[in-house]
Design a protein around this ligand. Structure first.
Ligand code: ADP
Ligand code: MG
Length: 340
């Protein structure tokens, strides 16, 4: 068992750049340090350079310039197989005609490892992900969760220090996706490996990551825990991309306020508390979301009208329901407004 027990590694990217052709680089001199044994999510909209970054780390794409260090070892120009990384692909990409055992043993077979030895190692890994009893099944005879565990074991057979995952959950139906991400998180903690997981879903990244890296147009906009990034988005782009925030023009700059930090009242208070700003708004949408009610509003800001959302606990809404077309007053505590 010990021979297949992986150890995690730290990854460092130094001015890492990828230029496919003329024009803006796909990845533009990014610097990043990912702690050993952490779950890191690269998050950003389509085309921002996430997959290119991951493929450069994997060795499936060459870097135009810059360096990739794994535990201080420069792996920038090593072949993919010699890096200590392994990749898990979208929808697991298992071979349908091979048993779970042979799927896991596949890369050892390619390396010329004898059948008895590769089956022993593959069997050990399947045990480790609680799939030993299903080793002879083919992917089509396994549930989505079981397939994911086989894919995990297959990636782990090369004893990687870092597991790279490119949108592994995005082709799954929403229910399975939420189930599978909980499993991924559990396996990462249990194995103690470094995971780098690419996703365009802020919800997925927040659910999984110790460290979130938000990318935009080939650059890193912010690095932090989900809590840090959600509570203090560093830029307007991040506030908008993370959702749940209103970006409001106050006349002296833009601020971001979480929609559950917005205060709503039937009319402007006659004596507004110190440090509270505000504006008039009209209700345009009322949406029940179970424990919350999401209100859409048209707000009159310093520079014109803008769409704003307010998340009210169901009990607060029940006490004072707002109706479509109603004129209200919005405000927020100064401490809850962030410069965006
Ligand atoms: P993401 O994974 O964040 O959606 P990618 O890393 O795939 O983004 O792509 C980043 C940018 O590089 C995009 O503009 C994309 O069109 C471009 N790109 C990606 N792969 C190639 C390629 N093989 N050749 C040319 N351009 C590419
Ligand atoms: Mg991609």
């Amino acid at each position: 068992m010990d021979e297949v027990t992986p150890t995690p590694a730290a990854i460092e990217l130094v001015a890492l750049t990828k230029r496919y052709a003329q024009g803006a680089p796909a990845v533009d001199a990014i610097n990043l340090r990912i702690a050993s044994g952490s779950y890191c999510c690269l998050l950003g909209p389509s085309g921002c350079g996430k997959s290119t970054t991951l493929r450069m780390i994997a060795g499936h794409e060459s870097a135009t310039s810059g360096d990739i260090l794994l535990d201080n070892r420069n792996i920038t120009n090593l072949p993919a197989a010699g890096r200590g990384t392994a990749m898990m692909f979208q929808s697991f990409a298992l071979f349908p005609h091979l048993s779970a055992l042979d799927n896991v043993a596949f890369s050892l077979k390619m390396k010329g490892v004898g059948k008895a030895e590769r089956h022993k190692q593959a069997g050990d890994l399947l045990e480790r992900v609680a799939m030993g009893h299903l080793a002879q099944r083919k992917p089509g005879e396994l549930s989505g969760g079981q397939q994911q565990r086989v894919a995990l074991a297959r990636a782990l057979i090369t004893q990687p220090k870092v597991l790279l995952l490119d949108e592994p959950l995005s082709a799954l139906d929403p229910f399975l996706r939420v189930q599978m991400r909980a499993e991924l998180r559990r396996w990462q903690k249990e194995l103690g490996l470094t995971f780098i997981h690419v996703t365009h879903s802020q919800e997925e990244a927040m659910a999984l990551a110790d460290t979130m890296v938000v990318m935009n147009q080939g650059l890193i906009e912010q690095v932090g825990s989900p809590h840090e990034i959600y509570n203090a988005p560093a830029t307007e782009f991040i506030a908008r991309f993370m959702g749940g925030h209103n970006v409001i023009e106050t006349g002296v700059g833009k601020i971001a306020v979480r929609n559950d930090h917005m205060l709503i009242a039937p009319s402007e208070p006659t004596a507004p508390a110190q440090g509270i700003a505000g504006m008039a708004a009209t209700i345009t949408d009322v949406e029940y979301q179970g424990t919350y009610v999401l209100l859409g509003l048209d707000a009159r800001t310093a520079t014109g009208s803008t769409g704003v959302s307010v998340m009210l606990p169901e009990a607060a809404f029940a006490q004072r329901p707002y109706t479509l077309g109603e004129d209200v007053h919005l405000s927020w505590h100064a401490a809850h407004s962030l410069r965006a």
